[in-house]
Structures are given as structure tokens and as C-alpha cells.
Design a protein around this ligand. Structure first.
Ligand code: NAP
Length: 249
């Protein structure tokens, strides 16, 4: 029987939003399992430092600065995987942003930003991954979604909408793929990352950070979910995983 390590070892895995939080933890954990990880995000210093850290621990990685708002950038991350490692086995669409506000505040630019990163960025990732998977006849898309799309609450309407759009699209892809590709959605609850640092409203930011400090789980807890999804035999598709703090309401 194959163990977990054997099923991840050697896989070529691209990860968007690898420069911090869940993406960073996932990259480190997958590299420790023997994956060749292809790291993408905008902050080159963080990517370079992570790349060096993975290599120093005996892992195999490469990185490229990308903005998931640009389709060509996302394509170039997948190209990097194919040129450097000869294939792409897994595309992890993790990059995301969360602008929280009441809908009647009409923060239209923030809405557009979230649609561009959380929805269009993921679609670009799906497209880039599938263009390779179609030729290979295999591949795995993993989307990092959110419990915001499961329990709908005030201030998170548009954020949750972008996440649930991904959930919906991924389910159609799963059915269409008829076993050719795997599709997994992982929905984290509160996780201790830099996500809340970017919330603009200082009161909302303070409230989210306070709650996070009390209940948030570690990015490693989400990375473990990715490892689980990737550790299954070929005939098993892990569709949806929800990973939240035990005490989250
Ligand atoms: N933390 C939570 O409680 C939580 C809960 C549910 C779901 N999630 C989801 O988990 C995912 C990861 O977030 P996180 O919590 O780990 O937060 P994080 O630490 O802020 O990480 C977000 C990552 O996305 C990248 N990113 C943002 N905009 C980008 C762009 N335009 N192009 C490329 N990369 C971009 C950031 O890198 P650069 O800034 O370097 O580009 C960073 O690496 C997101 O999809 C988020 O919605 C998080």
C-alpha cells in the first residue's frame, strides 16, 4: 500500500499566493512531502526567501512573481512548471483578498478587486492548469475557498459571493471532467494569516483580528487538508473539505 509521502512525492504543484499564510504553509508542507513546488505571488522578497528556505531544507522549488489579476502572469507560472519540471500535476488557486464592508457602503472598487483576484484569478488558474491537464490526461485543481460562503454573515457578502462563485464553477468542472481531472475545494474558517491586515475599515479590522487572535487555527491545519486531498488514490476525488476552529460559530 502506498503511503501519504509516496503519493505526493515527485508531483509538480503550482501554488498562487505562496508568499504568506496558507499558501506559504502549504508550499513548505508539500515540499517536505517531496513535491516540486512552483511558487507565485506579487512580493518577490517573500517568494525568494521562501524558495531559499525550502531548498535549504532539501526541498525542490522555483518561483515567479505574478499578479493573478493578469491572465498572462498566471499562464507564465504554469509555463514555468512545464519548462522547469516538464509537467504540472496540481494547480492550487490560493491567492485571495478580503475587503469586508456593508453592501450599502458601495465600496465598488473593493468589490471589483475581490472579483478580479478571488474569482477571475481563480478562473485564470483553472484555465492555465486545464490547458496542461488536457494534454497530459490528468491533473488536480485545488481551490482555497472559505467558510464565508457556507455561513453567510454581514460585511462578507461580496467576499463570500466570490468564494461561492468558485465553489459553483468547480462543481461543474468536477462533473464535466468525468474522471479526467480531480477538483477539490478547501474551505478554511478563521486562520491566523495576514489576510485581515488588509481590511481597510479600522473598526472591522480590529474586530476580525481580535476574534482571530482568540480562535484562529494555524495555516498548517489547512495545508494538512491539501496533503489529505493529494494523498488519495487515483480513483478517489476529495470534493470539499471544511476546516475551521472547533469553536467557530
Ligand atoms: N485567513 C483566513 O481566515 C481565511 C479563511 C478562509 C479563506 N481564506 C482564503 O485563504 C487564501 C489565502 O489567504 P491567507 O489567509 O493565507 O492570507 P494571506 O496571508 O494574506 O495570503 C494571501 C496570499 O495571496 C496573495 N495575493 C493576493 N493578491 C494577489 C494577486 N493579485 N496576485 C497574486 N497573489 C496575490 C498574497 O501575496 P502577495 O501579496 O505577495 O501577492 C498572499 O500570498 C485566500 O484565498 C483567502 O480568501 C483565508
Amino acid at each position: 500500500m502506498k503511503n501519504i509521502e509516496n503519493r505526493i512525492e515527485g508531483k509538480v504543484i503550482a501554488i498562487t499566493g505562496a508568499s504568506s499564510g496558507i499558501g506559504e504553509a502549504t508550499a513548505i508542507m508539500l515540499a517536505a512531502h517531496g513535491a516540486k513546488v512552483v511558487l507565485g505571488a506579487r512580493r518577490s522578497d517573500r517568494l525568494e526567501e521562501l524558495n531559499n528556505r525550502i531548498k535549504a531544507s532539501g526541498g525542490d522549488s522555483i518561483y515567479r512573481v505574478i499578479d493573478v489579476k493578469k491572465k498572462a502572469d498566471v499562464d507564465s507560472l504554469v509555463q514555468l512548471a512545464c519548462v522547469h519540471y516538464g509537467r504540472l500535476d496540481v494547480m492550487i488557486n490560493n491567492a485571495g483578498i478580503s475587503h469586508l464592508s456593508r453592501i450599502d457602503e458601495l465600496q465598488i472598487e473593493d468589490w471589483e478587486d475581490m472579483i478580479d483576484v478571488n474569482l477571475k484569478g481563480v478562473l485564470y488558474g483553472i484555465a492555465a492548469g486545464l490547458s496542461v491537464f488536457k494534454k497530459q490526461g490528468s491533473g488536480h485543481i485545488i481551490n482555497i475557498i472559505s467558510t464565508s460562503g457556507i455561513k453567510i454573515v454581514p460585511l462578507q457578502g461580496v467576499y463570500a459571493g466570490t468564494k461561492n462563485a468558485v465553489r459553483t464553477i468547480a462543481e461543474a468542472l468536477r462533473q464535466e471532467s468525468q474522471g479526467s481531472y480531480k477538483v477539490t475545494g478547501i474551505s478554511p474558517g478563521f486562520v491566523q494569516t495576514e489576510l485581515a491586515d488588509h481590511i481597510k475599515d479600522p473598526i472591522v479590522k480590529a474586530a476580525v483580528k481580535e476574534k482571530s487572535a482568540k480562535i484562529a487555527i494555524s495555516p498548517n491545519d489547512i495545508a494538512s487538508g491539501v496533503v489529505y486531498a493529494l494523498s488519495q488514490p487515483d480513483h478517489v476525488d476529495v470534493g470539499e473539505i471544511v476546516i475551521r476552529p472547533t469553536v467557530q460559530d
